[in-house]
Design a protein around this ligand. Structure first.
Ligand code: BG6
Length: 494
């Protein structure tokens, strides 16, 4: 599909996200011949350096993470990038940006705000004051969009002065992941699953996004934010929406986003009466992850009175016709036993056991593994081979994408970047979606405050304290699948 030529201006151009995700995404899209020479990338940052120094930095990052860089792609990549040093709070520092854009005179300009959201308003105002914006400008916004409903509204109101909703691309990078996209195909291109996708057949749904890393370098940000706002407000809720939404009539951006919004608006809210039973927040203590001794969260951030949660588990319900009474369990945390993301659809038990002498019949499960390896697994009961009476056990029918599709899966940012270039907003969040998710999050934080809910310590390297939120009789499905490093590296490099 062809698209209009573009200038991409990346504010925060030498930041961690730009180096780890945005520039590799540009490189891969050039390598796959989607982006050709002649487009322009301007990296803008406060750091004083020239384009050659910046280029050496970017290329050394690519070399570290991508084996066998393609020489032709690299040449095109370096030919389109330049670096501009600017203080984004000073109007005059936008003049060189304007000049570079005018000289290139390409059809559309994309502004990537990879800076703290406190700068979004200032950058937009000064772009406008310098007459750099026009109707074909687009703005790409990185999360977090505020830290609560009010701060989101402030940021959004400010941005809305300069950009209309169709010009805004609010990123949730989970929506760009290949396996998350596959969730739509699994649900809406397979009749079989749709028949069973409701409260009559499904007992509960579990969504886990577990990380083994700690808080890393973002200490200050993370301590003000916590796992609920860092992960649940966006990534986990988006996954929940894709699992629970009604089929959209077509895949236009608004049709898909309308359906997700309906789910967000049907989520049961929390109050001081249910919050202790349905939520748990945890913080990692010392422990061992991958055979390494690791510090506690408080040691990591150097503050010994922090009560910020690094783990959260929740039970929620979607109060609509399809999902009435089905618990949706969400959990996410840092410094857990291993890194993986998984959705487990737990079907109801058979209504009557015709094998009374046998063991208890397990529930069928559809397991959608999103990362680090991707597969779909259907757990069913099968007869244990051998003579004698009926004995049975759960076995898995497994579709391993790595074996089925022998090619590299593009990283989320590659797809998202190309969608902005082409003007497709389907995988980006609309303002009303973000608003609805902040409102729901507010019902949790408000109830936590009102009940002074304490944070529970969990050992690093454990599974975290998620059990507490389950309905009687339910338990987290702990996947037996290990991380197959060899298979994963085939797609993601080392
Ligand atoms: C980010 C969070 O949005 O997602 C991080 O801010 C988290 O705290 C990251 O580590 C996880 O993303 P992924 O793609 O590695 O699962």
């Amino acid at each position: 599909m062809s698209f209009k030529s573009f200038s991409l201006v990346i504010f925060g151009g030498d930041g961690d996200l730009a180096l780890r995700k945005i520039f590799p995404a540009i490189y891969y899209r050039i390598k796959d011949k989607q982006i050709s020479a002649g487009n322009q990338v301007l990296a803008v940052s406060r750091t004083e350096m020239d384009t050659d120094t910046f280029m050496a930095l970017v290329v050394s990052h690519l070399q570290k993470h991508i084996e066998n860089l393609d020489a032709e792609a690299l040449e095109i990549f370096t030919s389109m990038i330049s670096f501009i040093s600017a203080d984004l709070t000073k109007a005059e520092d936008y003049v060189p940006i304007k000049k570079a854009l005018e000289e290139a005179a390409l059809s559309q300009t994309l502004f990537y705000y990879s800076t703290p959201s406190s700068l979004f308003g200032t950058i937009s105002r000064l772009l406008h004051a310098n007459s750099i914006l026009n109707d074909s400008s687009k703005v790409i916004l990185e999360k977090p969009l505020g830290l609560d409903l009010n701060s989101f509204e402030e940021i959004n109101t400010e941005l809305s002065r300069y950009f209309a909703e169709p010009q805004m691309y609010r990123i949730d990078h989970y929506l760009g992941k290949e396996t998350v996209q596959n969730l739509m195909v699994l649900r809406f291109a397979n009749h079989l699953f749709e028949l069973a996708w409701n409260a009559q057949n499904i007992d509960n749904v579990q969504i886990t996004v577990a990380e083994s890393i700690g808080v890393e370098k973002r200490k200050e940000f993370y301590d003000a934010c916590g796992a609920l706002k860092d992960m649940v407000q966006n990534h986990l809720l988006q996954l929940l929406c894709l699992v629970a939404m009604e089929p959209p009539a077509t895949l236009t951006a608004d049709n898909v986003r309308d359906e997700k919004l309906k789910v967000l608006k049907s989520l049961r809210t929390y109050n001081p009466g249910n919050v202790r039973k349905w939520t748990v927040k945890g913080q990692y203590a010392r422990g061992e992850v991958a055979d390494q001794q690791v510090n506690s969260y408080q040691e990591d951030i150097g503050s010994y009175d922090s009560s910020t949660e690094t783990f959260v588990a929740l039970r929620t319900y979607i109060d609509n016709w399809r999902w009435a009474g089905v618990p949706f369990y969400l959990r996410t945390g840092k410094r857990l036993e291993k890194r993986y993301s998984e959705i487990v659809i737990n079907f109801k038990r058979v209504p009557h056991n015709v094998f009374p002498a046998g063991p208890k019949i397990d529930r069928n499960k559809l397991i959608i593994r999103l990362q680090p390896e991707e597969h779909i697994e259907l757990v069913q009961m099968a007869k244990t081979p051998g003579p004698g009476g009926y004995r049975y056990e759960p076995v898995s029918l497994k579709l391993d994408f790595i074996d089925s599709f022998d090619r590299r899966f593009p990283e989320a940012y590659e797809r998202l970047l190309m969608d902005v270039v082409r003007g497709n907003q389907t995988l980006f969040m609309r303002a009303d979606e973000v608003r609805a998710s902040w409102k729901w999050i507010h019902s949790i934080t408000d109830s936590w405050n009102k009940t002074s809910q304490e944070v529970v310590l969990y050992k690093s390297g454990s599974k975290g304290p998620g059990d507490k939120v389950m309905e009687p009789g339910d338990e987290w499905y702990e996947s037996k699948n290990g991380h197959d490093a060899k298979k994963v590296s085939k797609f993601f490099g080392t």
